[in-house]
Design a protein around this ligand. Structure first.
Ligand SMILES: Cc1cc2nc3c(=O)[nH]c(=O)nc-3n(C[C@H](O)[C@H](O)[C@H](O)COP(=O)(O)OP(=O)(O)OC[C@H]3O[C@@H](n4cnc5c(N)ncnc54)[C@H](O)[C@@H]3O)c2cc1C
Length: 683
């Protein structure tokens, strides 16, 4: 038997506010709390603040990106007018998005953007100082900018430097085990967090306990639950402990999927596609090269133009498949890899190759949008690699840093999960349904069905700003502190130690290792909970997931030693997280779900995608149900309930409208002076 943890004495680290997660969102929350507390007159603003993370070097912000990773903000081009209401209208256009958070994201966007510029993020500007924009997916104006392939990494690092200069403590290598709550209803609070402490380096993973009045959860997306994923390795997120604490989640059905390289995980959006590489497939051993895209397009201009368009129409989009549009490419790649078991590659050394009777690739024959763009950017070189070197050398260097030389080798790609638009429900100050607990960044479910590329990073910055302001300016006025919190914390700490010991004891008779569990989860999500979904398959997957969770809860997980505890904890948490997502998918089917955003609902009576795209389940062309637009006005929220049939209860709420901004200055000023802007009555 594996030796138990023994006699661990647990001390509690206390702070006024604890931020969980150290990506671009969490780091900005720390800088903003420092600022607001200084403004409020705090002598040493860093004292009451703590950042705790599972991995300082981990997370999407620090490890992910694309050709030029996009930051979407209100327009800054000197000749293009823009307003926060127009910005919010773009964010809410496809439904299931609250108008008040969307407006706040518009209003807060330039303040947040310039804060990043001041922190040192190298966003490019022209000789007059104007930050020129470009167009991204679902973006009608040129609101996007970029600091290169690693924008979000620069953001996290520059913000971290600010935080460290101020002396804020960052506690690394502490994955969350669970949150401790007291009270119920409006009095419910998170009072503590129990983490595994991975800093000791020994065999055992002792626990560490943190207590705070305010919490900002910035744990990122649930990247580990998919088999085909471009999320960075180790990005588990903290959805399961947050759900178990009672936080309501929303829009868990909405995630983004798209083409990404898989040897080194990176999005192949933007210039990687706009230079129009050859895309081909091989058998599993790398032989038998085929120009498979020619099966789906009628001629070279149509195929080449759609490869170009995939650049800024990057996410798989249910509404861009029929009629030979750009998402037909994602489906063709899916068909080639998942259905036919082949591998797909991007080749920057050759232009697209056609089939019998097709013209050769000719940039002069491209559709207007592609042809004009390449001409305007001077990217008319003979080969894709030359066009890429001309338009975006850092995009080549990026792969070189990871030992992939685009000058000499093709890039293997697949359709991967990339971002979660849903998450936890928040109000317009990014406060969750549990007062004093805020959720920001990718963990917050503020995006709705579709979002413009780059708006995730903006939303993370604005959520950080808003939650920090609320904590510093509204919660500090709140004197209703519960002084008797130590008892539940001690009880929970003892339970956590018992849980860990129980996991070690149960391990001997358990059948599945953490790796087995994760393989099941990932396969289930990629097959049934990703870009292609069907009602019977989703229900079957949910039942299988519930069965697995029950079995693991009773039997435990097989471990080779205590050093595997973190993996076992993560596997249990991921199991609950994927149940939540499958439950949300099933709940949407009950409401009449159609295809929308970045997923298709397969349906025998639906619209044919393409005669050559054959569904292996039916041996007939894939058919999908069109969007049920009425559901744009319904947000499905789910909350954990261990007693409920599927472990979760669902409710439906309408999107909140965009607030009107017609208050006279004097009225607004009075409300601001008196603290009336903090909507206390709404909480
Ligand atoms: C390939 C790729 C390209 C992208 N491109 C763009 C783009 O161009 N524009 C855009 O706007 N967005 C883009 N996104 C999305 C965007 O990068 C993320 O949504 C954003 O960086 C998330 O920031 P965050 O701070 O919320 O979370 P993260 O940066 O993911 O940070 C999460 C933090 O939580 C910690 N953590 C995780 N799990 C635990 C745990 N169990 N316990 C304790 N701590 C934990 C992590 O260690 C990390 O510190 C892209 C994403 C990917 C994957």
């Amino acid at each position: 038997m594996i030796e138990n943890q023994k006699n661990q004495s647990v001390s509690v680290t206390r702070a006024n506010t604890i931020i969980v997660g150290a990506g671009a969102a969490g780091m900005n929350a720390a800088t903003k709390l420092l600022e607001f507390q200084r403004i409020a007159g705090a002598e040493n603003a860093a004292d009451g603040l703590l950042v705790v993370t599972g991995g300082l070097a981990l997370g999407a912000s620090r490890m992910s990106g694309s050709d030029k990773q996009t930051y979407y903000k209100m327009g800054t081009s000197p000749s293009v007018p823009d307003t926060a209401e127009d910005f919010a209208a773009t964010l809410t256009a496809f439904g299931c998005c609250h108008g008040d958070t969307a407006l706040a994201e518009g209003i807060g966007s330039l303040r947040s953007f310039y804060h990043l510029v001041e922190a040192g993020v190298p966003f490019p500007h022209d000789p007059s100082g104007a930050f020129i924009g470009y167009k991204t997916d679902h973006d009608p104006a040129e609101r996007a900018t970029s600091a290169g392939p690693k924008t979000s990494r620069f953001m996290s690092e520059c913000l971290q430097a600010v935080v460290e200069r101020a002396g804020v403590r960052i506690i690394d290598k502490h994955p969350v085990l669970r949150f401790v709550t007291t009270g119920a209803g409006a009095d419910k609070r998170i009072v503590a967090m129990i983490c595994l402490d991975l800093t000791t380096g020994g065999d055992e993973a002792p626990i560490a306990v943190f207590a705070a009045d305010n919490w900002i959860l910035a744990g990122g997306g649930p990247g580990e639950i998919y088999q085909s994923t471009v999320y960075p390795r180790g990005q588990t997120g903290i959805h399961a402990p947050a759900l178990q604490a009672g936080l309501a989640a929303c829009n868990l059905t909405e995630s983004q999927y798209g083409l990404a390289s898989i040897k080194f995980r990176w999005n192949v959006s933007g210039t990687y596609m706009q230079v129009i590489p050859r895309i081909f497939s091989t058998d599993s051993g790398g032989g038998d090269e085929r120009e498979f895209l020619t099966e789906y397009f009628d001629d070279m201009p149509s195929m080449a133009t759609n490869i170009f368009l995939k650049g800024y129409q990057w996410p798989f989009d249910a509404q861009r498949i029929t009629g030979c549009q750009s998402s037909l490419i994602d489906m063709a790649v899916h068909q080639e890899t998942v259905v036919r078991g082949r591998r797909v590659w991007m080749d920057f050394l050759h232009n697209p190759v056609g089939t019998g009777g097709w013209d050769e690739f000719d940039s002069g024959a491209l559709g207007a949008e592609a042809g004009d763009y390449l001409a305007r950017t001077g990217a008319l070189q003979a080969l894709p690699i030359e066009r890429l070197a001309h338009m975006n050398p850092p995009a080549i260097e990026l792969y070189a840093e990871h030992d992939i030389d685009l000058h000499s080798e093709p890039l293997e790609i697949a359709v991967c999960a990339q971002h979660m638009n849903g998450g936890f429900a928040v109000d317009r100050w990014w406060q969750s349904n549990i007062p004093h607990t805020f959720v920001i960044g990718e963990m917050a479910g503020t995006h709705g069905v579709k979002r413009p590329g780059g708006s995730a990073l903006n939303a993370g910055q604005v959520g950080a700003l808003r939650s920090a302001e609320y904590i510093a300016c509204a919660n500090s006025r709140d004197s209703s502190k519960d002084k008797n919190r130590d008892d539940p914390i001690n009880v929970a700490a003892a339970e956590a130690i018992a849980e860990i010991n129980g996991m070690l004891e149960a391990s001997e008779s358990a059948s599945q290792t953490p790796r087995d569990v994760m393989e099941d989860i990932r396969l289930r999500m990629t097959r049934f909970g990703a870009h292609l979904r069907s009602r019977p398959a989703a229900r079957e997957a949910l039942d299988a997931a519930l069965g697995q969770y029950k079995r693991l809860s009773e039997e435990g997980i097989k471990l080779t030693g205590p050093d595997q505890l973190p993996q076992a904890v993560a596997a249990m948490q991921q199991c609950l997280t994927h149940i939540a997502m499958l439950k949300a998918i099933c709940a949407m089917f009950d409401r009449g779900a159609g295809s929308r955003g970045s997923h298709c609902i397969l349906d025998d009576d639906g619209v044919e995608m393409h005669p050559r795209l054959i569904d292996p389940e039916t041996d007939r062309p894939y058919r999908f149900k069109e969007e049920n637009e009425a559901l744009r006005n319904e947000i499905v929220e789910i909350t954990f309930n261990a007693e409920a049939d599927d472990l979760f209860e669902t409710t439906v709420v309408p999107p909140r409208p965009m607030p009107a901004n017609d208050t006279a200055f004097e009225t607004a000023w009075a409300k601001f002076r008196e603290g009336g802007i903090y909507d206390k009555e709404l909480l």
